[in-house]
Ligand binder design. Structure first.
Ligand code: MLT
Length: 207
């Protein structure tokens, strides 16, 4: 059995929902997205688990066979493990597992998309430079879940059409998807603060 308490993570209770589940990119840590979260929603509770897979010493959320080629068996196992971590956090921090808005970058965005496509209940998701993590045989029912995708046509790691395919898959599953093209390639820029901040205010007016 996985001991979720052993996973390196950062939790801050915050004072105002929505709560943000931060998922970093390859080689990151649980602290990487804290400044971005602070700019987007400074008063939000945050939960930031570190990826438990190491690729040449770099933390990730699941194994890959090559850049953009995922080990799907491992992806499914780690996605289930992440859902278990959210359940553990609910018991430990009294933070309801289905109330998180995922804020994921790159490999973290792919883990967030995998949670969504696996039907793990979340309140919403902000996906920065995601791909299609896997193509489910049966789509989950996302019943109006808001999802924001920020992708770039100049991204050397993620072909633009994959973000479009992901948006289509999520829409077919019932999510309300907004997709926004940024000029900064795979790297983050000012749009990655401003667009999510505006999107959160529109979809989660408690902010
Ligand atoms: C991935 O492996 O999830 C994607 O290629 C993004 C990355 O981590 O570079």
């Amino acid at each position: 059995m996985t001991d979720h308490a052993q996973r390196p993570h950062h939790f801050a209770p915050g004072i105002r929902p929505p709560s943000l589940l931060l998922l970093h990119g390859t080689g990151g840590t649980e602290r990487d997205l804290l400044p971005l979260a602070g700019r987007i929603a400074p008063e939000a509770p945050v939960l930031s688990p570190r990826g438990t897979v190491l690729e040449h010493g770099m933390a990730r959320y699941f194994h890959r066979k090559a850049i953009g080629v995922f080990d799907l068996e491992d992806l499914h196992r780690r996605t289930t493990e992440m859902a278990g971590f959210l359940q553990w956090a609910e018991g430990t921090y009294e933070a309801p597992a289905d109330q998180w808005v995922a804020l994921g970058y790159s490999n973290g965005a792919n883990m967030a998309a995998s949670l969504l496509l696996s039907g793990i209940p979340l309140a919403g998701a902000i996906l920065l430079r995601p791909m299609v993590p896997f193509r489910p045989r049966e789509l989950p029912r996302l019943g109006g879940m808001p999802v924001l995708i920020l992708s770039s046509n100049q991204d050397p790691y993620v072909p633009g059409e994959l973000a479009i395919e992901l948006a289509n898959l999520l829409e077919k599953a019932g999510a309300i998807v907004e997709r926004f093209a940024v000029p900064t390639g795979h790297g983050l820029g000012p749009d990655d603060t401003e667009v999510p901040r505006d999107w959160l205010r529109r979809h989660f007016p408690a902010l």
